[in-house]
Design a protein around this ligand. Structure first.
Ligand code: BTN
Length: 321
């Protein structure tokens, strides 16, 4: 199916018919092969006007996260070089984890149109309706010690922050450790899953759930008050392939920065963007709640909370302001 993206490029060049003969010559394939590609495109949901004398004209593109659609907007050399697109999976993190265990190289992305066992942090469920949002898991193989891997979780929220700012002109809010909020409601979360050896990281799965076009009535009851989507907050629908391509480009930008400048720099950037210092907050862990003033982010990504003059380092939990 390698040529599908190429065939589409010809169909998109002008809003007119393109002859099968022209495409076949340009791609150096037979007319029958072009005809087959056109049939595949139709099966993938593209609407194409076919005329015996004139050729083919693209009328409508489906809103799907096919690799060749994401590629149009992706400016990356590593992340997304291979995209595995699935209709429905249990969880893209589960699929990516299995692939990584079997040796999948760094950069491969698993993208699904829906998940039936979408996983959130702290054992929660991630609401994953069909063809509305982005459910993306990236295989990363950073050559770092397990102790410095946690700040990778900040890379995705920084990437989503930049993506939202470019798309909407609005600055979202970052909530520790990896939530992205618009107008106080969560639109994106990240679930980092690791495979490590004693002294090294084998791989990291960066699982991103970005609510793009979901409507209020598609939110599960238990998160209705707290969650939202880009569309709900801006009253506009977005082309998900564009959002996904931008997200991967921004993620790679921060991932390279993490590799070159280290985890401390990423923690500093996140801390600054989140303007966390001096904020009064409560951090809830299972069975425990700490209230205090945030002093900042430690070099390993933990939050430093000033509780009545004593600094407590907290690695995991949920923040409420
Ligand atoms: C959170 O609780 O904030 C983290 C949510 C992470 C959800 C994403 S959707 C894609 C990937 N696959 C999963 O099962 N979970 C992550």
């Amino acid at each position: 199916m390698d040529n599908i993206g190429e065939v589409l490029k010809f169909l998109r060049r002008k809003e007119d018919f393109v002859s099968g003969d022209y495409i076949s010559k340009k791609l150096d394939v037979s007319r029958t092969a072009v005809w087959k590609y056109i049939n595949h495109l139709e099966r993938y949901g593209y609407t194409i006007n076919k005329s015996k004398g004139k050729g083919y004209m693209l009328l409508k593109t489906p809103d799907r996260l096919y690799p060749w659609e994401v590629d149009r907007y992706r400016n990356t050399a590593i992340l997304g070089e291979r995209i595995i697109h699935q209709e429905n999976v249990d969880s893209t993190n589960i699929v990516a984890f299995k692939l990584a265990l079997a040796g999948e190289p760094e950069g491969t992305c698993v993208i699904a149109e829906s998940q039936n066992k979408g996983k959130g942090r702290l054992g929660r469920k991630w609401c994953s309706p069909v063809e509305k949002n982005i459910y993306l898991s990236v295989v990363a193989r950073p050559q770092v010690h397990p102790s410095v891997v946690y700040p990778i979780t900040f890379l995705s929220s920084l990437a989503v922050y930049d993506t939202i700012e470019t798309l909407t002109g609005e600055k979202p809010t970052l909530k520790w450790p990896n939530d992205v909020l618009m107008h106080g409601r969560k639109v994106c979360g990240t679930l980092l899953e690791l495979s490590t050896e004693a002294d090294m990281v084998r791989f990291v799965i960066i699982g991103i759930g970005f609510n793009v076009n979901m409507a209020a009535d598609e939110l599960d009851d238990e998160i209705r008050e707290k969650a939202s989507s880009l569309a709900m907050e801006t009253k506009k629908l977005y082309e998900r392939a564009l959002v996904c391509g931008m997200l991967l480009s921004n993620l790679e930008k921060y991932y390279l920065r993490f590799k070159q400048e280290g985890e401390r720099e990423i923690c500093r950037v996140w801390e600054e963007r989140a303007s966390i210092k001096g904020k009064y907050m409560a951090i809830n862990q299972i069975g425990e709640s700490y209230k205090g003033i945030a002093e900042g982010i430690d070099n390993d990504g933990a939050i430093l909370l000033n509780i009545d003059g004593k600094i407590k380092k907290i690695i995991a939990g949920d923040v409420s302001f």
